[in-house]
Design a protein around this ligand. Sequence first.
Ligand SMILES: [Zn+2]
Length: 486
Amino acid sequence: MKRTALTARWVVGHVDGSHRLFRNGTVVVEGTQVLFAGHGFDGEVAETIDFGDAMIGPGFVDLDALSDLDTTVLGYDNHPPELKGRVWPQSYMQAGPREMYTPEELAWQKRYAFTRLIRNGITTALPIASLFYRAWGETAAEFDAAADAAADLGLRVYLGPAYRSGNLVVGTNRKIGFHYDDARGFAGLDDATRFIDRHENTHGGLVRTMLAPDRIETCTPELLRRSGALARDCDVPIRLHCCQSRLEYDLVVQQHGKSPLELLRDTEFFAPSTVLPHGLFLSGINGITHEAPDLDILTASGAALAHCPLVMARSGKVMQSFPRFRDLGVTIGMGTDTHPPDMIQNMAVGMMTARIAEADATTVRATDFYDAATLGGADALKRPDLGRLAAGCAADLNVIRFDTPEMGQVIDPIQTLLLNGSGRDVSDVMIAGRFVMRDGVIPGVDAAADRERAQAQFDRMVAQYPDRTLFHPPLEQIFPPSYLLG
Ligand SMILES: [Zn+2]
């Protein structure tokens, strides 16, 4: 098998269970795997590629990988959600919710999103998209297309259409309530089961599957119970948004008389690989006064948190706190969950918000977040072959340029990366031994044309807002310009 040596000023290798920095290091790739990472390889290689003043490191594992056209901008300055079209009016629910994108647009968006993930150095992705724009759940058809897109682009993925049994609705009295449709939830689970049968471990192992029940408050206890049992039976990861918002926590307590984590425990939801975005609201944390043994349940469950600090900080929320979970031994992986799907920016914001949450700069280090974005994600998926560069591991890596003025000065590449780097500094990405991006170029992708197409789809979607917004105000009233138009 052909061996390729990759060299750079910095290589992040892996020795005795932790990352290790090698100055002027070498990574040797053979087939789909790493053969060697470190100093002093003395075997034959067919080719050597020197990246110069750059860092070769393990690819990022994104547990909540943005996979649609992000709509954060619609809620950035426009509040409250129920008056700005971000909670379905009761009338819309009753009329029968509809898809806001065509099947072709949905399939294309997955592919487009995958190119953005690769552009940012992400090599393993568990896609997440908003169900807010959907008639109900995600479809198996768009995920069939997503499997093809991932295989074609070379992105490592865990795929599963999201499903749910309920949705938030708002009445004309502005009260937020719930609409449940159990049959729809079970039908979604059936589709997801068939999807696992068709796609698990295909395309040379690049495409894996998972179960993606939407959010704890949009799933009935029976759907949670069946989902957990299926994840254990099929031995696939299961991901559920939980401990994400105050509203979610309060709703679950109101409806079930127990906390979100108590509900997961009591429905036997937990599987060997359980991923919970976002770990913000637990008993005694972030203003939750309801008493429940949430921290004990979390640590006993072995579930991993998907930490997405950028999207949360944008709405004023921070994890309370990263060092608390870390010190309890909870696995913490990272997710992008918003645009830009920039893991480097997420690490930087995670570092800042953790220090703010603790009012102490000494409680987290840059390595905590670099570990979370690589090893944490791999541990969450029970994949000791991912998130690290060592002999026998998958050849999933990214190359980050350090020779730009933007990157500033370096005494240590990880610290400089979190201070000055961004996803735009990723130049090359390899997944399973294949370069999926070289020198900023993803083969077959016209990024400028794609951006235009994405904007056109977004414009058509936004135009449908008045119809789905309480009291149907005109578009200019839902999304007023930042300044008066001159
Ligand atoms: Zn999320």
